[in-house]
Write a protein that binds this ligand. Sequence first.
Ligand SMILES: [Zn+2]
Length: 127
Amino acid sequence: MPIYEYWCDSCRRIVSSYRHRFSVPPPPCPRCGSSELKRIFSTFSVQKTYSAVYEDILSDRELTQGMMRNDPRALAEWNKRMSGGERAAPEYEEMTERMEVGEWPVAQIEEKKQEFFGQRESSSESG
Ligand SMILES: [Zn+2]
């Protein structure tokens, strides 16, 4: 099951949650109960120990501040760090590149989401 990351503005930390799909609203923050969580560009198959990576990211004040401003470059950097230097899927690489120059590849992300989750939309009861 995919893990999704969220950024809590109130306690300024990253929370992660297992979610069935993107379309559900973000969970309340497990620490402060805030419902103002921002979804962070998700990494679908990272299996590293998150805590070590979090420590690293959270100690980078510039990066965390960028994320709080919804700066796409910061999210690209986050994404890069979370993947631990491994190569992402080509689609994600392109997205990351565009985010690094400050663009939000929204259309691509939406497309990707539909591709990824759209399959579940089809009913299995017909036929
Ligand atoms: Zn919180």
